[in-house]
Design a protein around this ligand. Sequence first.
Ligand code: 0WE
Length: 256
Amino acid sequence: MGLLDGKLGIVFGVANKRSIAWAIAQAWHREGATLAFTYQGERLKDNVEELAGTFGADTLILPCDVSSDDQIRSVFTAVKEKFGRLDLLLHAVAFAPKEALEGDFLNTSREAFRVSHDVSAYSLIALAREAAPLMDLGGSIVAMSYYGAEKVIPHYNVMGVAKASLESSTRYLAYSLGPKKIRVNCISAGPMNTLAARGIAGFTDMLKHYEAHSPLKRNVEPSELGHTGVFLASDGAAAITGQVLYVDSGYQIMGM
Ligand code: 0WE
């Protein structure tokens, strides 16, 4: 008996086996969910097919650049055809141009601001709007955030502003979709060793900082994000919506 037996879900944001999206997808699958996956660009197609292919013949794998309304529409048309309906959606997608994550926030360009908010925040609204009509029995939408949404993390820059928008959008979507029994929540994860974190200057020091200063004195395992993802998707969270859950070894409570 899985906690998500018979549930149908879609996962945005798998790039490779280290992806947070993959950790949560594995946990959803283990608990009995049938999943669809999207990948961003041909570059990631083989990766996602190799990973998601292990879930069996009913797994759906589709291309989706979340900055394209046409591609989003195609994805949900295919999901409607194959699954008929939907219960779960995971948004684990973010992008800011590399130069915006390196320099001084003051120099954030209009274009870097636009693209980071489009890909990392607006996409949640666009996906929720297409998913909602398929969530006829209610549903759970989960998005990934980071502490840089609320406090300044050097170099996180415009991504922090985009995550603040994502978290606020989560609250407004929770209010909009609540009457349809669709819940919308964020998981704010501690720093994870993913493709998105690779090449970020001082990332190793950041992991050490969490080990030294978080209440639990350690970093977060991908499988722990999986368990929280299952909780938010399950009836255990039936009255939880519009929230940001910190899965960060308790780091967020600290003032010093
Ligand atoms: O949300 C993120 C990272 C998302 C991300 C990563 C990249 C790297 C490659 C978005 N856009 C890009 N664009 C690229 O060109 N995190 C929570 C991980 C992260 O990123 C940081 C962090 C942490 C933690 C950037 C600066 C400082 C800390």
